[in-house]
Design a protein around this ligand. Structure first.
Ligand code: GLU
Length: 410
């Protein structure tokens, strides 16, 4: 009997590439090296003071016990009000579910619905966890390549070509992690048109970066654009990115009751309700003053401009201007084949990310982890001074490379 025999899906799963890079940064820092990290996808701001105060007040008031599995009624009402107010979705509190982070909303939904042999359409570049979660649930991620020519977005033709009889879900994410691509209302309407012809397909809309949308654009989510999809769409969101609350672990979703019921059943046997204190904090975030959202959007938009300009001025890198989130997804094709001063031959984007960490003390995540190479994902969630320092270090590193291919690329 093999004592260490694992579940086959767990054995096959890859650890999260974003967390792996964050761990490498922590290890390097612990050994005294100063690293500028552009790896973690989380706002660098503090959680707004009134939110922290609400959490402290909840502790003092003794709100330290279990809540209902699906979340406290007051928070579910606030979540329903958010979906009505910001997304035009006609939902009541019973149509919502609160989970321990956005990740749990997605995982619950997939685990509650997928069987062996089912397929989930995942447009690439994708957030690292989508295909792994699908695989962990025993299903097959169907990766659809969406390159720079389509703005890293899924086209109706590509969607139609990927749907088959076993398709259970399609995952949409706008603004996108890792590219920052934002779907327009028209683009979502075109995708919806395809989906209407395939009633067996469920839609998972990951809206976690909803509020980080630039250039005066208006945000749209697919259930709002095409209400006929509402009965088979899970719209998910959370407080992590909008209110700088990544560590509080509160995500939520709205969708058909049969799905939410199954997700709640699963959660009730697993983690139960999310942290009571975090739920009080999320309630304060959703119902309190909202100016934090527009203030942080402005800051991120300025940083985006700074970052994209630097990247495009750096030899070997090119970067399209992202419409949202806080990621720049830069092609590093011009660096492949070069050799670093320490003698490392850069064969892949993973080599580029590794060398940037080892030789320039800057952490980024390789595009291959997100399903498109050779790219690097840069999370510009740092103050301007640190960003400029990081950009200088990246540029210096790129200029220090040698190789015929690189010289030609300049
Ligand atoms: N979503 C963030 C990122 O992509 C957090 C880390 C994770 O969960 O992958 O960096």
């Amino acid at each position: 009997m093999d004592q260490q025999r694992l579940n086959v899906h767990v054995a096959k799963a890859q650890p999260s590439a974003t967390y792996r890079m964050m761990d490498r940064v922590a290890t390097r820092r612990a050994s005294g090296v100063k690293i500028i990290s552009l790896s973690a996808g989380e706002p660098d701001f503090d959680t707004p003071a009134h939110v922290c105060d609400a959490a402290v007040a909840a502790i003092r008031a003794g709100h330290t016990r279990y809540t209902q599995v699906a979340g406290m009624r007051a928070l579910r009402e606030a979540v329903a009000a958010k979906f009505q107010r910001e997304n035009g979705l006609n939902v009541g509190w019973q149509d919502t579910l609160v989970c321990s982070g956005g990740k749990q909303v997605i995982y619950n939904a997939l685990a509650a619905t997928l069987n062996e042999g089912d397929e989930v359409i995942v447009p690439a570049p994708y957030w690292v966890s989508y295909p792994e979660m699908v695989q962990l649930c025993g299903a097959r991620p169907i990766i659809v390549a969406c390159g720079s020519d389509s703005g890293f977005k899924l086209t109706p033709q590509a969607l139609a070509g990927a749907i088959g009889p076993r398709t259970r879900w399609v995952i949409l994410n706008s603004p996108s992690n890792p590219t920052g691509a934002v779907y327009t209302r028209g683009e979502l309407a075109e995708l919806a048109e395809v989906l209407l012809a395939h009633p067996h397909v469920l839609v998972l809309s990951d809206d976690i970066y909803e509020h980080l949308i630039f250039d005066g654009a208006t945000y749209h989510t697919i259930a709002q654009v095409e209400p006929r999809l509402t009965s088979r769409t899970l719209t998910m969101n959370g407080v992590s990115k909008a209110y700088a609350m990544t560590g509080w672990r509160i995500g939520f979703g709205t969708g058909p009751r049969w799905l939410l019921d199954a997700m709640e059943k699963l959660q009730g046997q697993q983690t139960s309700g999310a942290s009571s204190i975090s739920q009080y904090a999320a309630l304060a975030a959703l119902t309190g003053p909202q100016q934090f959202i527009s203030e942080s959007r402005e800051v991120f938009e300025k940083r985006r401009d700074l970052m994209v300009q630097w990247l495009n001025e750096t030899p070997g890198l090119t970067c399209a201007t992202p419409g949202g989130a806080f990621y720049a997804f830069a092609s590093c094709a011009g660096l492949i084949g070069c050799t670093t001063p320490a003698g490392t031959l850069l064969k892949t984007d993973e080599d580029v990310a590794g060398a940037l960490l080892d030789e320039a003390n800057v952490a980024v995540v390789q595009g291959s982890a997100f399903g498109l190479a050779p790219y690097i994902r840069i999370a510009y969630a740092l103050d301007d001074e640190a960003l400029v320092q990081a950009c200088r270090a990246i540029k210096r590193f790129c200029k220090s490379l040698s190789g015929e291919h690189y010289v030609n690329a300049q």
